[in-house]
Design a protein around this ligand. Structure first.
Ligand SMILES: *Cc1c(COP(=O)(O)O)cnc(C)c1O
Length: 492
């Protein structure tokens, strides 16, 4: 593609994207099309033998995406913990892809590596983490947590686990401790690392969904008596279902007392530690050995961007570095350099940092804090709106997660059959809302009850969007109720 053609196609694409972003509020969140319908749009073709005109291709791709996507940038997208993407991140990604540095090695990415280093350090500073910490950007929260997990395994196994493997030494299997509210990354980590999911001790939670510290102590002591080898305690700062924050300070004390690695999964919530009014809730996080944070959540970076932070950066080198002869030693012009391939599982690495760095600079600390405060205020506003609606029942609100149910008074029997019906009804409402396109929320099970769950990680959501939700949900609830009559359910 010649520069003149690139210029023309690029301008026209940027124009289309700007129109698309402007039109977001008037579009449905999703079309709820069937997978076969969506697949049919692409035809069952084999790879075309001949090439195509790039102008036509870009027009076609833009139309496909604008007309058949779910828009997490939509002001009424409040599902899971997926954020709206800041437009500066999209421009940053284009710039990053155009220069295309490889951040596996410093010589291949001089300014890009230094931008990643600064980005990681700013994220650490923003959440009040250790000033001498290190870390790197990865694909998301799962990988950031897995990086912390592998650093813990290397540091605390008590033998050279990278060389000898995880097979228990002297019959001492490795054990880790986390609450039942932890995201599923922990099962993937236990599995991928060779420990197996049986190595996870699921510690119960209190009524606020926070880890029960007394139960944690008992479980560690029991494992020690049995000759097992505890190595890791995982706390969550902002759980996926309810936004709960574990008692991090107490978890840190228990970890220190037993010389265990303390990791905090702050993929969603850690960035809220930058809010002065929430600082006390995150006390203890600064003392963690590692923390996972997701810039593609509350920093509004476009997917993908996760960040693994480690108190002692040497722990990452210890966990990941190998130095084969085909790599230059980590030195340039007589100075030591950061070789990111030594800090994580990836070798070639893209320039994820640019979109995050641009977003951080555009907003500044004040902008980052304010946008999180606004999201939390909207979540509280939704809670109040739900409380005021006669057919809805508020369950709770923590950080920007609000949980609630459709539960008209006459259905709240309290019996097992009544609860069972409400659970089915609310699951049906979530499914209808997710396909309907008016507002997108997800589902959570809180203390056995199926709930609707809204999570505001969206700078486009307004108070008016929030105020419309209770009645939209109630309407969907009435329809679901007539479709799912209790008599019919009992027959099944
Ligand atoms: C989102 C999330 C994850 C997973 O992060 P991805 O970016 O989706 O990989 C893990 N833990 C928590 C608490 C999260 O909110």
């Amino acid at each position: 593609m010649r520069p003149a053609e690139f210029r023309e196609l690029g301008r026209s694409l940027v124009d289309q994207i700007a129109d698309f972003l402007e039109s977001l509020p008037s579009r449905p969140v999703t079309r709820g099309e069937a997978p076969s319908q969506v697949r049919a749009l692409l035809g069952g073709r084999t790879l075309p033998r001949a090439g195509s005109d790039p102008a036509a291709l870009l027009r076609e791709a833009a139309t496909l995406l604008f007309e058949h996507s779910l828009f997490n940038g939509h002001p009424r997208f409040l599902g899971y913990i997926t954020s709206s993407a800041a437009p500066i991140g999209a421009l940053g990604d284009m710039l990053a892809a155009s220069v295309n540095p490889n951040l596996g090695a410093w010589v291949l990415s001089p300014i890009a590596t230094e931008i990643e280093r600064q980005t990681v350090s700013w994220i650490s500073e923003l959440i009040g983490y250790a000033p001498d910490s290190g870390g790197l950007l990865v694909s998301g929260g799962n990988m950031a947590n897995i990086v912390g997990f592998l650093a813990a395994r290397r540091a605390k196994a008590g033998w050279d686990v990278r060389k000898a493997g995880v097979a228990a030494r002297e019959g001492k299997p490795l054990r880790l401790y986390t609450s039942a509210e932890t995201h599923t990354w922990v099962e993937k980590a236990a599995d991928l690392s060779g420990l197996g999911t049986d190595s996870i001790r699921w510690i119960p939670t209190d009524p606020d969904h926070r880890m029960d510290v007394a139960a944690l102590r008992r479980e560690i002591e029991r494992d020690l008596r049995n000759g097992d080898r505890p190595f890791l305690v995982i706390g969550t700062a902002g759980s996926v279902s309810t936004g709960a924050i574990d008692p991090l300070e107490a978890l840190h004390e228990v970890s220190r007392a037993h010389d265990l690695w303390f990791h905090v999964d702050g993929a969603y919530g850690a960035l809220a530690a930058s809010l002065p009014e929430l600082e006390p809730e995150f006390a203890g996080m600064a003392a963690a050995d590692s923390v996972a944070v997701d810039p593609h959540k509350w920093l509004y970076a476009p997917l993908e961007a996760g960040c693994a932070l480690v108190r002692d950066p040497a722990a990452l080198r210890d966990a990941f570095s190998y130095t084969p002869p085909y790599y230059r030693a980590g030195e340039v012009a007589g100075e030591e350099v950061l070789e990111y391939r030594d800090y994580g599982p990836q070798n070639s690495r893209g320039f994820r940092a640019l979109k995050v760095w641009l977003g951080l600079r555009q907003a500044g600390r004040e902008g980052c804090v304010r946008s999180i405060q606004e999201d939390i205020a909207l979540a509280e506003r939704l809670l109040l709106g739900v409380r005021a609606h006669p057919e809805l029942e508020a369950v709770g609100r923590k950080l920007s997660v609000t949980t609630f149910r459709f539960a008209p008074r006459e259905l709240r029997g309290g019996t097992e059959a009544a609860e069972d019906y409400l659970n089915r009804l609310n699951a049906e409402i979530v499914a209808r809302l997710q396909d309907g396109g008016e507002v997108f929320v997800s589902q959570a099970v809180v203390a056995g009850a199926t709930c609707l769950r809204s999570c505001v990680v969206n700078f486009r959501t307004s108070a008016a969007d929030i105020d419309a939700i209770p009645e939209i949900v109630a309407r969907a609830g009435r329809r679901a109720r007539s479709a799912l009559a209790p008599e019919r359910l009992q027959d099944q």
